[in-house]
Design a protein around this ligand. Structure first.
Ligand code: PLP
Length: 451
């Protein structure tokens, strides 16, 4: 088929991708009939798989009723029901749900709610939000100021208020044992040190991805870290924000990743898996006391036109139904454990795999020059693009990032939909095995040509 003329792609793509025709379950087909296994659920979005007939039917039913009702003019049943269901899943006290259409909007909402809460309780001097480096919290300027990833943020630095950063707890790079509580304490105490050096009275919040996403490649915090972070925030009156844009919705084996440590934030944000790609949807879920403070002090000065869209909320409800009906959190935990152990077996065959990490079906491996030094691969090898392209040719979609400049190397997220089976795991591993072999062959050929 001839390619449609497109003018909507503003980003510079090394290689233009085929045109998508259709998607079902864990598979996607381009217009030439080639099949791909969606090994990263898009950008860790399509958690329940593609074209689920029950979700499509629920959305069709809602479309017949209404597709838009402005939130200041009408309540809608899907928004009401979804808010109640989401609050019931959230930690105790986090009862208030504020709908948005994506992750960046959710983070912006959390920033502004936290700030208005500080003003409402007479602590207007609090305005700094501490975050980690590397981290990703979104592309809008507020969320970007919290994002710890210089290649994305540097051009905009003069336009943003600098926000304090602490290192993400990448124990594997620092040669520390993630299962040792001293390691968790070591990294968490960096938060306390930062609060003290900045002036505790100026710190509004700390934002953290409980399990890292694209920025750190599925980084699981060391033992005790999340609990200690919570204690430190409470001690200094700093709000704890869990950015569960990627982890929320069951992918890590629990509906919210914070459940892995029984740690409750004051505010949490969710998006990608919330409507799982069926509609743009996200939410900020906040403690009722924070919302009461803000509402009693003149109201929340914030809101997006499409917030609480009934069609998007009907998709969110149907996705929740599906997660519960099919027990998908448990499947993510079980299939994720199998996939992780199979990825670890690949380490025996490929010494360039420096680390395999993650939880449930949010997994990643990192490529390095050699496992002993964990030195990143040479930048010129462009591994994070090359391996993705080779896998793509082999019909396997994976997601990659290179976090350079004082960071680690090329990492690859393996995060198929939560409906994945052991057969899909075998197919993913086969595709990765073939792609890694071809990647290494390509490097050898390049080196032979160069010498
Ligand atoms: N926060 C996290 C942890 C994310 O992974 C992302 C997106 O990847 C965002 C925020 C921003 O979400 P969106 O791209 O929907 O604006």
């Amino acid at each position: 088929m001839s390619r449609p003329q497109t003018s909507h792609l503003f980003y510079q793509s090394r290689q233009r991708r085929p045109v998508l025709d259709q998607a079902r379950g864990v598979y996607m087909w381009d217009v030439d009939g080639k099949r791909y296994l969606d090994g990263s659920s898009g950008a860790m979005v399509c958690n329940i798989g593609h074209s689920n007939p029950r979700v499509l039917e629920a959305m069709r039913k809602q479309m017949d009723k209404s597709t838009f009702g402005y939130r200041l003019h009408f309540e809608t049943e899907p928004a009401e029901l979804l808010a109640a269901r989401t609050a019931a899943l959230a930690p105790e006290g986090l009862e208030k749900v504020f709908f948005v259409s994506g992750g960046s909007e959710a983070v912006e909402s959390a920033i502004k709610l936290a700030r208005q809460n500080a003003i409402a309780i007479g602590q207007a001097q609090r305005y700094k939000i501490i975050s980690r480096e590397p981290s990703y919290h979104g592309c809008t300027l507020g969320a970007l100021a919290l994002t710890g990833y210089a290649p994305l943020t540097a051009p905009f630095d003069p336009m943003m208020r600098p926000m304090p950063k602490i290192p993400a707890p990448r124990a594997y790079l620092d040669g520390l044992d993630p299962d040792d509580e001293a390691t968790g304490r070591h990294y968490a105490d960096m938060l306390e040190a930062k609060i003290l050096s900045e002036g505790p009275e100026t710190i509004l919040a700390f934002i953290v991805e409980p399990i890292g996403g694209a920025s750190t490649g599925a980084l699981v915090p060391p033992k005790g870290y999340m609990q200690r972070i919570r204690e430190i925030c409470t001690r200094y009156g700093v709000l704890l924000i869990h950015d569960e844009v990627m982890t929320g919705g069951g992918r890590t084996g629990k509906f919210f990743a914070g459940e892995h440590w029984n740690v409750d934030p004051d505010i949490l944000v969710i998006s990608k898996g919330f409507a799982a790609g069926y509609a743009p949807l996200g939410a900020m879920i906040a403690h009722k006391d924070i919302v009461t403070n803000v509402l009693d002090n003149g109201g929340f000065l914030h809101g997006f036109t499409y917030a609480g869209n009934p069609l998007a909320c009907s998709a969110g409800l149907a996705v929740l139904d599906e997660i519960e009906r099919e027990n998908l959190c448990q499947n993510a935990a079980e299939t994720g454990a199998l996939l992780k152990s199979e990825l670890k077996k690949l380490m025996d065959r490929y010494s360039i795999i420096g680390d395999v990490r993650g939880e449930g079906l949010l997994l990643a491996f990192e490529l390095v020059e050699d496992r002993a030094s964990l030195r990143p691969l040479a930048k010129e090898l462009n591994a994070f693009n090359e391996l993705v392209d080779i896998a793509y040719e082999n019909g396997l979609i994976i997601y990659s990032r290179r976090t350079r400049g004082g960071y680690s190397g090329d990492h690859f997220l393996i995060a198929p939909p939560m409906i994945s089976t052991p057969d899909h795991v075998a197919e993913i591993i086969e595709g990765l095995d073939l792609s890694l072999r071809q990647f290494l062959d390509r490097i050898s050929q390049q080196q032979a040509r160069a010498s």
